[in-house]
Ligand binder design. Structure first.
Ligand code: GLN
Length: 279
């Protein structure tokens, strides 16, 4: 069997199970670390036994609905590879826009924190793209912190990881911030009916869902901001498409002196809530 025949067979099986057939090709390329050009050049070659075994095992997992990123163990973010497994959310492309919005407005040498870091993509890429930053990253759970640690090592970046809920680790250690970024869990449980099984059956629910219509973690962070932020600190949250107005209102009610911006992503969905802190 050659590579193309193997992909075609897997694509048919995927279609039969209701999955996008392209996943079969995507899986092979990611598994072998091949570019599309590599694949086109090799697709008529006889598949090696080792590749055949690797691919068949991976296809069996794909056909259960497991996300390809958990099968191959990585996802690209801003063109860089990051380790992922079922202990962390798979990075989404929208989050690239959130990071760039923050980075473009952040003075050099700022002290920044990524709250609920998960795989560590935001913290690691901030440090890679602007090495003058001092970057903290925290998460409530140990599993994601282990993955974030592996990604910091993979990208040879120095970030400081801490375990704890929302801003508590920073308050405990008396850390003051010039910038805060967070992509916390923000989906309301009621929205799970619109989500695919590939997400619901495999990605960690504690990284997806939050109480109070998805606003609970933002509230926990926002309430404690006076204890950690320096004057003029920049705060940037990733949000769900329907949370811009309500989160803006929550923040401006708590702190009437602030002017909160809601920014849409490339698909015209509200994606970012941002503001500059002042007492
Ligand atoms: N944007 C993610 C999704 O659509 C959710 C990310 C999050 O809850 N922080 O699945």
């Amino acid at each position: 069997m050659n590579y193309k025949e193997a992909v075609q067979a897997a694509a048919q099986q995927a279609t039969a199970k209701g999955y996008e057939p392209k996943r079969a090709e995507w899986l092979l390329l990611d598994l072998l670390d091949w570019s599309l050009t590599d694949y086109v050049l090799h697709m008529q070659d006889e598949m090696t036994t080792q590749h055949e075994q690797l691919y068949q095992q991976a296809v069996a997992r794909m056909l259960t609905g497991e996300p390809i990123q958990y099968i191959t163990g990585f996802q690209s973010f801003l063109g860089e590879k990051f380790n992922v497994d079922e202990r962390c959310l798979i990075p989404r492309p929208e989050t690239e826009e959130v990071l760039m919005y923050f980075l473009e407005r952040l003075p050099k040498q700022s002290v920044v924190a990524d709250i609920g870091t998960g795989s560590g993509i935001l913290a690691v890429m901030l440090k890679r793209l602007e090495p003058s930053l001092k970057v903290y990253a925290s998460d409530l759970y140990e599993g994601p912190l282990e993955i974030a640690q592996s990604n910091a090592k993979l990208h040879q970046t120095e970030i400081t990881l801490m375990q704890g809920s929302d801003l508590e680790p920073y308050i405990e250690q008396g850390i003051r911030l010039d910038g805060l970024i967070s992509n916390p869990p923000y989906i309301d449980e009621s929205e799970s009916v619109d989500m695919t099984d590939t997400v619901l059956d495999y990605e960690p629910h504690q990284a997806l869902f939050a109480k109070e219509h998805g606003l609970a973690i933002y509230r926990a962070i926002v309430e404690k901001l006076p204890q950690v932020l320096n004057d003029q600190a920049l705060v940037v949250f990733e949000i769900g498409y329907n949370q811009g107005a309500v989160l803006k209102q929550m923040i401006e009610t708590m702190y009437p002196q602030l002017k909160v911006d809601v920014i849409a992503d490339i698909n015209q969905n509200d994606r970012i809530v941002a503001f500059k802190w002042s007492e």
